[in-house]
Design a protein around this ligand. Structure first.
Ligand SMILES: O=C(O)c1cc(=O)[nH]c(=O)n1[C@@H]1O[C@H](COP(=O)(O)O)[C@@H](O)[C@H]1O
Length: 224
């Protein structure tokens, strides 16, 4: 069975990204490339990483007016990402246009409430409800707009899976028991995320900062 672990390759250094992906490629199901990597290496970098032979999750969290996002998604077609992220807070028209602009082989998923935010952060940006209620609302919008799924924390994925049984759910910010949280605030263990209904989990620093990234990936895989 394909591993549900997508390793987040968060570095601007292409050679380091290649070496990290090579070292873990037998124990992960895909590679997630985000803003840090893409701003430094662009299309060329994505093409180079695709040579490793794993699906590419392009996490650019697009969030702009519908026309701009649709044109950006079209410009990414040539990269044929397996998964692409947009922000649900961009609204219905932006979500619909992003999905329409994506190729048939690309899953478009909407980021709901970042896993680095808690209730007090939400309150500061004018969201009075708690994270779960806000994720629920944005997940309903994403489903209505025809997206493939959402990104949320492991604390909410069980609730959303019940409302949207066929959805594709990405859970980042997971931490092995006792692992350093860093900037993550709504983290669960990889196993808890999968048990609650995650389709895939995104793991960055617990693998990339480990002394032996391959061993760290294997240890996480063994818990699933
Ligand atoms: O869209 C994402 O992947 C994402 C959404 C979110 O809410 N939280 C989140 O941490 N991420 C990404 O998931 C990865 C988590 O990295 P670590 O905290 O190092 O495991 C990073 O690449 C983040 O950009």
């Amino acid at each position: 069975m394909t591993s549900p672990i997508y390793v987040a390759i968060d570095t601007p250094d292409l050679a380091r990204a290649q070496s990290l992906a090579q070292s873990v490629h037998r124990h992960v199901g895909g590679i997630k490339l985000g803003l840090e990597f893409f701003c430094a290496n662009g299309h060329h970098g994505v093409h180079e990483m695709a040579k490793i032979g794993l699906p590419i999750f392009l996490d650019l969290k697009l969030h702009d007016i519908p026309n701009t996002v649709a044109k950006a998604v079209q410009a990414l077609h040539v990269l044929e990402p397996a998964i692409l992220t947009v922000h649900a807070a961009g609204g219905r028209a932006m979500l619909e246009d992003a999905k329409a602009a994506a190729g048939v082989h690309t899953k478009v998923v909407a980021v709901t409430v970042l896993t680095s935010l808690d209730a007090s952060d939400l309150n500061e940006i004018g969201v009075a409800r708690n994270a779960a209620a806000q994720v629920e609302r944005l997940a309903d919008l994403a489903q209505d707009a025809g997206l493939d799924g959402i990104v949320c924390s492991g604390e909410e994925v069980g609730l959303i899976r019940k409302r949207w049984p066929g959805g594709f759910f990405v859970v980042p910010g997971v931490r092995p028991a006792g692992g350093a949280m860093g900037d993550q605030k709504r983290a669960v263990t990889p196993r808890a995320a999968i048990d609650a209904g995650a389709s895939i989990i995104v793991v960055g620093r617990p693998i990339s900062q480990a002394k032996d990234p391959d061993m760290a990936a294997r240890e996480i895989e063994a818990t699933l």
